[in-house]
Design a protein around this ligand. Structure first.
Ligand code: C2E
Ligand code: MG
Ligand code: MG
Ligand code: MG
Length: 278
């Protein structure tokens, strides 16, 4: 009977897979209304110059009360909601830049691009249009793409990055070191910055091997005319080491987590940190 075969089917699923499927279906449903209901916000994490300790800019990281971005962004890529979310991120980041400008806070914002939107043909046009409509100079927006995004189609990726550069945006390579064949294509990649993944920074203060790897990445990037930012710096000893290695910038809980925009203003006053001149 149908009931019996249904029961047999069920036995193929482990408990945790079943829980995942239920979570995915429920969360997917909630994602469809999340933009309309204005459930998303952006938090901003400062990026610090290692030599001057000035604030170079902020990375915008999306927040949703129901889940974390490493879980719901991949889901949004599967159910198609990523396009609406990405537009929300770009629009909100531009509006935040304008708000900060009105408060005399002149800085840059980096936003994360998803692989799915990156290979859309009109991405560059639509982002340029949003920047123009919001009155934001594209040179104040940095677009972060991951190595994983890049290797899906290196030739096309280079073309898209070149288009963005021509419009005045800057592009950086996020989570560097976690993908494959990192070094072969690096020389032909028109990105201005490499962000070394947190996994390489985590043990850098107690592992000579990690120091050697990070030192190699920094030298390579500098020889190619790129800047280097270290992600996930939590300890002063990591900060000092990275400065000695002549890494350009860092981001991490040592200075601040990603914060709501109002907290950013308080944080800047409290820490008495200067903004790097544009
Ligand atoms: P990511 O772009 O590599 O962002 C860095 C992640 O590391 C963020 O996690 C940040 O909160 C976290 N982090 C920063 N400093 C530290 C630290 O010192 N220690 C530790 N342990 N973690 C630190 P978050 O906000 O959960 O975001 C996770 C990922 O989700 C991001 O990785 C990015 O790939 C994606 N994501 C976040 N916001 C967006 C967005 O607006 N659009 C897209 N497409 N993806 C996003
Ligand atoms: Mg990022
Ligand atoms: Mg990263
Ligand atoms: Mg990441």
């Amino acid at each position: 009977s149908a009931k019996a075969s249904g029961k047999r089917c069920y036995e193929f699923f482990s408990d945790s897979l079943y829980v995942d499927l239920v979570w995915e279906r429920e969360t997917s449903k909630q994602l469809f209304t999340a933009i309309e209901e204005q459930e998303f916000t952006l938090n901003y994490q400062p990026q610090i110059c290692l030599q001057s300790e000035q604030v170079m800019g902020f990375e915008a990281l999306i927040r949703w009360p129901r889940s974390t971005p490493d879980r719901f962004i991949p889901l949004a890529e599967r159910n198609g909601m990523i396009h609406g979310i990405s537009e929300f991120v770009m629009v909100t980041a531009c509006e935040q830049l304008k708000k900060w400008q009105q408060q005399g806070l002149n800085t840059r914002i980096a936003i994360n691009l998803s692989a799915l939107q990156f290979y859309q043909s009109h991405l560059c046009d639509s982002y340029s249009k949003i920047a123009a409509e919001k009155g934001v100079d594209p040179s104040l927006i940095e677009l972060e793409i991951t190595e994983g995004t890049l290797i899906k189609n290196v030739a096309q990726a280079i073309e898209t990055i070149t288009q963005f550069n021509a419009r005045g945006f800057t592009v950086s390579l996020d989570d560097f070191g976690t993908g494959y064949s990192s070094f072969a294509y690096l020389k032909s990649l028109p990105v201005s910055k490499i962000k070394i993944d947190r996994s390489f920074i985590k043990d850098i203060h107690e592992s000579d091997a990690e120091v050697a790897i990070v030192n190699g990445i920094i030298n390579l990037a500098h020889n190619l005319g790129m800047q280097v930012l270290a992600e996930g710096v939590e300890l002063r000893s990591q900060f000092d080491l990275l400065r000695d290695l002549e890494c350009d910038a860092m981001q991490g809980w040592l200075y601040a987590p990603a914060m709501p925009p109002d907290d950013v203003t308080h944080w800047l006053n409290e820490k008495e940190l200067a903004l790097m001149p544009l």
